[in-house]
Design a protein around this ligand. Structure first.
Ligand code: PMP
Length: 433
């Protein structure tokens, strides 16, 4: 993170009371208590600016984009393309390098199927650099969300490529020494999360990108859990491709983005095909538009993209430094507090690493679902289960954990309410020593 870990909230102004009123849902009561929403890693809450932007577009400017010559269609197209400019800038990219998707899962599948199509000879000569042969290797990490694992399993099955993984150390960091032994001349793709949705640890993108470059492999970054928290500069990180979801960055559902370096997007064949991605079509064949439209077949999530642009503008107005300082404070309170609760074991409790305000933990003697229910009865919303990361849970000998994940709109008091409630879990279930 750009902001030092020991920065205090006094260094950068942030009016938390006013921010909280921007999120109508944060004033709700749940089970007779004020809502303490600590499930932002699953989906974030949406500020009024986002709700209003979507409603305003739908009630005043809605029309089919990139089609039709009427004024409303032109206005809608302008709003849609302005949204692309704003969201691209949010990740430090040019608009031509940003493809709309319906979310991160769709983005990763787009990449995997495009590479699969290149492997079938589609996309002409330029695409052949992506074609996989039997025995080529795709490398992921042991910490993947299933969305950045199963599409690669399927691609490996279709092409005869071999899927390998970088192990996770006991403290949650990636085993980079092992990675250096795993990545080799047959490695063609390295896909990894910027921030694990279970561990909250920020992975060393630079080192993984260097490793990939040393063997000429393509890098795919799952930025789902970093985009809501870190100021992203995807071109600066040097990754070839990256994805994130709108609904995790305070924006609507059903929209996300794929970033790609120009030379990669230009050479990749499309995944979905159909309307809006072509230049000329005959009954026998079609020619495709350049990126990003080449990857945007069919009607796009227009109002959602406008909502996503409103979300990134909202974040920009708050200021990334102010957000980072607030979240660093929440992260310290959360992690230090969890370490104090008897019988609680944090997964990936590595010292001195950069992390976001997210932690998954096991409560000795109490099932995660019981913990979740106990907290829910007190208005505290957390996530329980495997968080779509079964291999990582298996790595730690668990099937389920509890995950608390905060965002800039949470308060230290809410973290304390959660920790107080959590302290009551083991006594309540008779699990205390
Ligand atoms: N990757 C990570 C790290 C995630 O946390 C998630 C969402 N839980 C995804 C991918 C998938 O995102 P979506 O469901 O929005 O497509």
């Amino acid at each position: 993170m750009a902001v030092p870990r020991d920065a205090t909230s006094f260094d950068v102004p942030f009016d938390i009371a006013s921010v909280r009123t921007d999120f109508p849902i944060l004033g709700e009561q749940v089970n007779g208590s004020p809502l303490v929403y600590l499930d932002s890693a699953a989906t974030s809450q949406k500020p009024r600016a986002v709700l209003d932007a979507e409603a305003s577009f739908l009630s005043r400017s809605n029309a089919a984009v990139h089609r039709g010559a009427h004024t409303l269609a032109a206005d809608a197209t302008d709003a849609f393309e302005d949204a692309r400019v704003a969201v691209a800038a949010f990740v430090g990219a040019d608009p031509d390098n940003l493809v709309w998707t319906s979310g991160a899962t769709a983005g990763i599948n787009l990449i995997a199927y495009s590479i699969g199509n290149a492997s079938l000879g589609r996309g002409g000569e330029a695409a052949q650099r992506f074609a996989l042969d039997p025995g080529d290797e795709i490398v992921v990490t042991e910490s993947e969300h299933h969305a950045n694992l199963i599409p690669w399993q399927e691609l490996a099955a279709r092409t005869g490529a071999v899927l390998r993984h970088i192990p996770v150390l006991d403290d949650g960091r990636l085993d980079l020494e092992a990675a250096a032994g795993i990545v080799g001349p047959r490695t063609r793709i390295i896909a990894f999360p910027h921030v694990s949705n279970v561990l909250g640890i920020v992975n060393p993108v630079d080192e993984l990108v260097s490793l990939a470059r040393s063997v000429g492999a393509l890098t795919v970054l799952d930025a789902c859990q970093s985009a809501p928290h870190l100021a992203l500069d995807l071109p600066g990180l040097g990754v070839d491709l990256a994805v994130f979801s709108g609904h995790k960055v305070f924006a609507p559902y059903g929209v996300g983005a794929l970033y790609g370096r120009s030379e990669v997007l230009e050479a990749l064949p499309p995944f979905l095909t159909g309307g809006s991605m072509i230049t000329t079509v005959t009954l026998e064949a079609a020619e495709y538009l350049p990126p990003p439209q080449r990857f945007e077949a069919g009607t796009q999530p227009v109002s959602q993209a406008i909502g996503l642009a409103a979300a990134v503008r909202y974040l920009g107005a708050l200021g990334h430094d102010a957000i980072a300082v607030r979240e660093a404070s929440l992260e310290r309170r959360l992690v230090a507090g969890l370490r104090e609760v008897a019988g609680v074991r944090i997964l990936g409790d590595a010292a001195g690493v950069d992390r976001v305000a997210l932690a998954s933990f096991d409560v000795d003697g109490v099932h995660a679902h019981d913990v979740g229910q106990f907290l829910d009865a007190r208005g505290v919303a957390v996530r329980v289960g495997h968080h779509c990361a079964q291999p990582l849970h298996r790595r730690f000998g668990l099937t389920a954990t509890v995950r608390a994940s905060a965002a800039f709109y949470n308060t230290e008091d809410e973290i304390d309410t959660f920790l107080d409630a959590l302290s009551g879990v083991r006594p309540f279930f008779g699990a205390s020593a």
